[in-house]
Every structure is written in structure tokens, then in C-alpha cells.
Design a protein around this ligand. Structure first.
Ligand code: COA
Length: 185
């Protein structure tokens, strides 16, 4: 199944996954986010998250390079991750990475796709930095306190609860969040 509306021209990584038991025989690939597929990212985020992201969010996504990706499953766009870099307090040589959104459409979950995206992001944080650029020393995010699947997902990938943030999502009935973080060595 290859829907013609999907622009695959920006796909940067395509992995056959014969060695992965859960998605044997399927094509999984990460693609860049470009002005051509930004609309798809917006639609994904609308379905996946209760938060409405402002235009500035999507402008920043286009500038964060490898820290924002779409994931394709058999050429269908089924998930995305968007991060932003933030200065680390009190350091000019270090920075943090905030995962603003990471999601996979429900029918495509538990196939390792979320892990593919997170693995890619974590790999990027471990690449050598160019002279004058700050190194990423921590990756962190917030998860609604009742989001068991996301909590399990991030814990499986070595994230730890750093803090409970009461009323972090003040607009939602379940307003508390956990701040999860992973220190990068
Ligand atoms: C969290 C999310 C991204 C996980 O994506 P995914 O593609 O299903 O994750 P994976 O298949 O890579 O799962 C990896 C591991 O995470 C854990 N995990 C994932 N979903 C889980 C669930 N529903 N229950 C328990 N553990 C779960 C498991 O340990 C799993 O390994 P296993 O399948 O071998 O047991 C997905 O559930 C999602 O999009 N949720 C909605 C959006 C969201 O809440 N995002 C997080 C906030 S940014």
C-alpha cells in the first residue's frame, strides 16, 4: 500500500527489519520533516496529543535537523518525534534536549516504532559536537501522570522520574505530569 500523497523524497534512513521479530517483513524508515510534509506532522500531532501546538512550534521543528523526524511504516507516515534544544543552566558548553512530542498512531504501536525514533534521537545526542557547539548532557520530557504506556516506554529506555509536576497540564482533568529524564554521558 503506497498512498501517493506521501512525500518520501526526504526519507533519510530506510531499514529492512528482518532481524526484528515484531516488524519482520515491513519497511520502517525515518524521514526528515520539510515544508512539504509539515501538514502531515500537524495532522499526526492533532490525532496523537491533546495539546494544540502554535505555529512557532512548527517553525522551530523545521530548524532542529535530526531532532525532528517522521516515521514511515510500509511507506505510510504513522508517527513523529519533535525535540528542541535548550541551554543547560549555568553552562555555556552544555545543553539539554526536550522531547516535546513523540507518538505513534494507535494501530501501529508495540511494533518498535517509538523505540526506533527514540533510538535515533539518543544516537544524535552522542555524536561529537562541532567546535563552539554545546554538548547535549540531558534528554527530558513531561508525561501526563496517567499515561502508563508512555511511562513504561520511557522507563524501558532508561529514563527516570525526576519530578512530579503538579498541575503541569492545567487545562486537562488529569493535570499532573511526571518529568522524565535521561543523563547523556
Ligand atoms: C508511548 C508510545 C510512543 C510508544 O510507542 P510504541 O511504538 O508503541 O513503542 P515500542 O513498540 O517501541 O515499545 C517499546 C517498549 O515500551 C514499552 N511499552 C510501549 N507501550 C506500552 C504499553 N501500552 N504498555 C506497557 N508497556 C509499553 C514496552 O516495554 C515496549 O516493549 P515490548 O513491546 O517489547 O514490551 C506510544 O504508545 C504513543 O504514541 N502514545 C501516545 C503518545 C504519547 O503519549 N507519547 C508520549 C509523550 S511524548
Amino acid at each position: 500500500m503506497t498512498p501517493p500523497a506521501i512525500d518520501m523524497s526526504s526519507t533519510t534512513t530506510t531499514t529492512t527489519t528482518e532481524d526484528k521479530p515484531k516488524n519482520v517483513g515491513f519497511r520502517v524508515g525515518l524521514g526528515d520533516i520539510t515544508p512539504n510534509n509539515l501538514g502531515q506532522l500537524k495532522r499526526l500531532n492533532t490525532v496523537l496529543f491533546p495539546v494544540v501546538y502554535a505555529p512557532g512550534f512548527y517553525k522551530d521543528v523545521l530548524e532542529v535537523g535530526e531532532f525532528a523526524k517522521i516515521i514511515y511504516f510500509n511507506d505510510v507516515c504513522v508517527g513523529a518525534v519533535c525535540c528542541r534544544k535548550e541551554p543547560a543552566a549555568g553552562s555555556a558548553t552544555e545543553q539539554n534536549l526536550y522531547i516535546a512530542t513523540l507518538g505513534v498512531l494507535a494501530p501501529y504501536r508495540r511494533l518498535g516504532l517509538g523505540s526506533e525514533m527514540l533510538k535515533h534521537i539518543l544516537e544524535q545526542t552522542n555524536l561529537p559536537v562541532a567546535a563552539g557547539q554545546a554538548k547535549i548532557v540531558k534528554v527530558y520530557l513531561h508525561v501526563q501522570s496517567n499515561n502508563e504506556e508512555a511511562l513504561e516506554f520511557y522507563k524501558k529506555h532508561g529514563f527516570e522520574v525526576a519530578e512530579k509536576c503538579e498541575n503541569y497540564y492545567s487545562q486537562f482533568e488529569v493535570s499532573d505530569a511526571f518529568k522524565l529524564e535521561k543523563i547523556i554521558n
